[in-house]
Design a protein around this ligand. Structure first.
Ligand SMILES: Nc1nc2c(ncn2[C@@H]2O[C@H](COP(=O)(O)OP(=O)(O)OP(=O)(O)O)[C@@H](O)[C@H]2O)c(=O)[nH]1
Ligand SMILES: O=C([O-])CC(=O)C(=O)O
Ligand SMILES: [Mn+2]
Length: 602
């Protein structure tokens, strides 16, 4: 079981072969392993991690084929400060990205990567973002010296020989370079359970479609198919080719009559995408199914509508707060074949995290590998602890989830964590107004990225950390796509599950009850007469939101659905300031929307 499967190179594509050979020469790994994507290979990767002390098996009877991994305490989230867009021209990166000169950054990276894989295996991972053969899918080749990254890529993407076959002789693939940045010393070959470097660089070269990631083993820094490829590089390709690469979940909603609609929703990291993607409606007769929980690629179909695919095959979900009460479908997805990162480990080899809906055991080992009890006064799991789970295991995965042609999108939702001002739901007055809502959305910062938690920041379309080019051009791209799609475009909505009362309690129960809002949105898409026009958009008309059986005090509902004119007026200066950062790249259409909002507010 522990021997590496024999190395077999399933391609004669000279661009692929020379890319890998160039990497091998510079990074100097002890061995090269071409990933075939087989189950045996996945097992090998898990065994390797256990052998290295990176992973521990969970109880095979309770959690078959699953492991727990604890990272270095300083390598637990995306590092936005060390994430760079290395476009040829600085202005192409725009004011929201760190830019670095591509030539200079290459010199820095080549120096760091020189010999960086010494004593380690370099895994070559051919992967497809999206169903193989889908007109929307894209291929990447990633090299990494992390078995953890390779195992996660196995779950999160389509990996291996079938990808190389689909690529054929095509040279159009994203080149991903990843190292944990800890070459082993020849004398001892001694290693650590979670090697990583205090120096970290997550670099993107949009023109040459390259990613170079140094020093981190963690999630969005190291699983290059996800944020680096599927959002930062793909957003540039999408701009050039007339499609959309977005940080959105996709779900299928079916009414009691059996009609279905597809909804995509952009919420910032750790703001509820996975939860909404797997929602179990509380309204009788309604059904929701999952297509994807994090990334959505949309292209125009022959009928002029936007068709979406989930480019991934797994969920890299926030563990704390996930419980049978809040997200039963996620919990059921975690029964087997999962990787748990930075969660607590119980004495009977199971996982534990905060707000899992169960009393904590009297004793466990926390994510820092320390003895822990409920009296310890610190969390057992890191707030950004994650599970990696195969999407196909989700009990409500929609049958269309891996359909190569994608699903036609009826509605797009924007939302964030806002304790005040933003109501539970509103509908945009037009595509341009919806783009304005997306461009100005704000959210409290979460643990998904390093930095201070709780500060409200503007996070346009939940893409602030993920847009690979100038955000002003990105807004224009949204407007252009809307122009092209005309009346066939999805309707846009703005939601906020996170309104709080003066004493800091959530006003809206959220989670499953969000289905009530989805129902209203569904009916809006069908042209129901269930809304009133207000200065900030269309809100549910009196009685239009199905609240049957919901136990929320009337005054809280009134607060959730009111137009806070003074609050919105208070937002205007900060929206103006936000817009000013884009200079002359701010589309005229968004300036118009700001002026119109100001006028409507009086
Ligand atoms: N109050 C409230 N909390 C929610 C709701 N939905 C999700 N959350 C909490 O928000 C946190 C993150 O939720 P996720 O669904 O994992 O967020 P995500 O957007 O998928 O996060 P990423 O994977 O980082 O992109 C969890 O702690 C949830 O419990 C809701 O409707 N109301
Ligand atoms: O990228 C990650 O590490 C996890 C994630 O989904 C996000 O932060 O949006
Ligand atoms: Mn995400």
């Amino acid at each position: 079981m522990n021997a590496a499967p024999p190395v077999k190179i399933a391609t004669t594509n000279s661009a692929v072969l020379s890319f890998v050979e160039d990497c091998r020469k510079l990074f100097a790994p002890g061995a090269v392993h071409w990933c075939s994507g087989s189950q045996a290979e996945y097992q090998h990767l898990l065994h390797r991690m256990v052998q290295m002390g990176t992973a521990l098996w969970l109880d095979p009877d309770k959690r078959p084929n699953s492991v727990i991994v604890r990272s270095d305490p300083a390598d637990v989230a995306r590092v936005e400060d060390q994430t760079f867009i290395c476009s040829v021209s600085e202005s192409d990166a725009g004011p929201t990205n760190n830019w670095a000169n591509p030539g200079k950054m290459k010199v820095t990276l080549e120096r760091l990567f020189d010999g960086a894989m010494m004593g380690r295996t370099m895994y070559v991972i051919p992967y497809s973002m999206g169903p193989i053969g889908s007109p929307i899918a894209r291929i990447g080749i990633m090299v990494t010296d992390s078995a953890y990254a390779a195992a996660n890529m196995h779950i999160m993407t389509r990996v291996g020989d079938e990808v190389l076959k689909a690529l054929g002789d095509n040279t159009d693939f994203v080149r991903g370079h990843h190292t944990v940045g800890v070459p082993l010393k020849r004398q001892t070959w001694a290693d650590e359970p979670w090697p990583c470097n205090t120096t970290k660089y997550i670099c993107h070269f949009p023109e040459t479609r390259e990613i170079w990631s140094f020093g981190s083993g963690y999630g969005g820094n190291a699983l290059l198919g996800k944020k680096c490829h599927a959002l930062r590089i793909a957003s540039v390709q999408a701009r050039d080719e007339g499609w959309l690469a977005e940080h959105m979940l996709i779900l299928k909603l079916t009414n009691p009559e059996g009609q279905s609609k597809f909804i995509a929703a952009a919420f910032p990291s750790a703001c509820g995408k996975t939860n909404l993607a797997m929602v179990i409606p509380t309204i009788p007769g309604w059904k929701a199914e999952t297509i994807g929980d994090d990334i959505c690629w949309m292209k125009f179909g022959a009928d002029g509508r936007l068709y979406a695919i989930n480019p991934e095959t797994g969920f890299f979900g926030v563990a704390p707060g996930t419980s049978r009460e809040t997200n039963l479908n996620a919990m059921k997805t975690l029964d087997a074949n999962c990787i748990f990162t930075n969660v607590g480990m119980t004495d009977d080899d199971d996982f534990y995290w905060e707000n899992m809906g169960e009393d904590p055991p009297p004793h466990l080992t926390d994510w820092l590998r320390r003895s822990w009890s409920p009296a310890s006064g610190r969390p057992a799991a890191h707030p950004n602890a994650r599970f990696t789970a195969p999407a196909a295991q989700c009990p409500v995965i929609a049958k269309e989830w891996d359909d190569p042609k994608g699903v036609p999108i009826d509605a797009i939702l924007f939302g964030g964590r806002r304790a005040s001002v933003v109501p539970l739901v509103s509908e945009a007055l037009s595509w341009q107004h919806g783009t304005f809502l997306g461009a100005t959305m704000a959210s409290e910062k979460t643990a998904a990225a390093a930095g201070k938690i709780g500060d409200v920041r503007r996070d346009p379309m939940a893409m602030l950390p993920f847009c690979g080019y100038h955000m002003g051009d990105y807004f224009q791209h949204w407007l252009d796509i809307g122009e092209k799609g005309g009346s066939a475009m999805p309707k846009i909505f703005y939601v906020n599950w996170f309104r709080k009362s003066a004493d800091g309690k959530f006003l809206w129960p959220g989670y499953a009850e969000n289905s009530r809002v989805l129902k209203w949105i569904f009916e809006r898409c069908d042209g129901a007469d269930n809304a009133v026009e207000t200065p900030i958009g269309r809100l549910p008309a009196d009685g239009a939101l199905d609240l049957d059986g919901l136990d929320v005090p009337g005054e809280d509902l009134a607060e959730l659905l009111k137009v806070d004119v003074e609050g919105w007026k208070g937002e205007l200066p900060s929206i103006r300031e936000h817009f000013a950062t884009f200079g002359d790249k701010l589309p005229a259409g968004l300036r118009e929307e700001l002026a119109a909002l100001e006028q409507r507010l009086g």
